[in-house]
Design a protein around this ligand. Structure first.
Ligand SMILES: [Zn+2]
Length: 231
């Protein structure tokens, strides 16, 4: 029990990235709580999620639960496999679609010798990838259930998820650009800098550009998507 509480705390800390939009934090938090099967929220817990605890999966008809809906259901699992294959190609961090990696975000990448590799600079991008995928998975279930839409292919879901990720990366880049301009208007920039370094352009470059995930487009029109995800 003690260990479990410690793990919940650790997962929760990951969600505290100040740059993570509230809606993404919310969905990730609910999945986290359900992933641990705690208390009354052990399944969907909330009607707005479009399912009851005893409901059946819209994709396969099996009993619905958060781990099923967001990880083990076949089409969802395929989505994670492809997203993580893309992730490995770009970042050289090889992750398997496990409960721990996908639902809890407690990433461990074991190399062939069994040593655990740590990629601190990838923490934020992985958090965004994970939560953008949750968002897309939830959207897909909503579309199928409420609008009776047909199921999208894995390829379409991958594209949609990476499209979201590119949108979030662009928003982060714009925020960093604003922050850099604002920083220079402050007289005691040393103190300011110390506290919100995470918002700086340097931090963005380290996490997103230098890891090989995106390139920055230097075009005349800076208002649209300045960031292009490397597919
Ligand atoms: Zn299913």
């Amino acid at each position: 029990m003690q260990q479990r509480l410690q793990a919940v705390k650790e997962c929760n800390l990951l969600l505290r990235d100040p740059l993570l939009p509230g809606k993404l934090r919310d969905i990730a938090y609910r999945i986290l709580i359900s992933g641990f099967k705690m208390g009354p929220n052990k399944s969907w817990g909330n009607k707005s999620w479009g399912a009851k605890e005893d409901a059946h999966c819209i994709h396969c008809g099996k009993d619905e639960s958060v781990p099923h809906a967001f990880l083990t259901c076949a089409p969802v699992y395929q989505l994670w496999e492809q997203l993580l294959a893309w992730w490995a190609k770009r970042t050289k961090q090889h992750l398997k679609p496990t409960h721990r990696n996908v639902l809890l975000g407690l990433v461990t990448d074991e190399d062939d010798d069994g040593a655990t590799l740590s990629f601190p600079e990838l923490k934020q991008p992985y958090l965004f990838l994970r939560t953008a995928a949750y968002e897309e998975i939830r959207t897909e279930r909503f579309l199928r259930r409420e609008r009776q839409n047909s199921q999208r292919t894995t390829k379409q879901l991958v594209q949609a998820t990476l499209g979201r990720l590119q949108g979030y990366a662009s928003a982060l880049y714009k925020q960093a650009a604003h922050w850099e301009r604002w920083k220079h208007t402050k007289t005691d920039s040393a103190t300011v800098h110390k506290h919100i370094e995470a918002r700086s352009m340097d931090a963005f470059h380290i996490a997103w550009r230098d890891t090989g995930l995106v390139y920055i487009r230097h075009s005349a029109d800076k208002s649209n998507y300045p960031i292009i995800l490397r597919i």
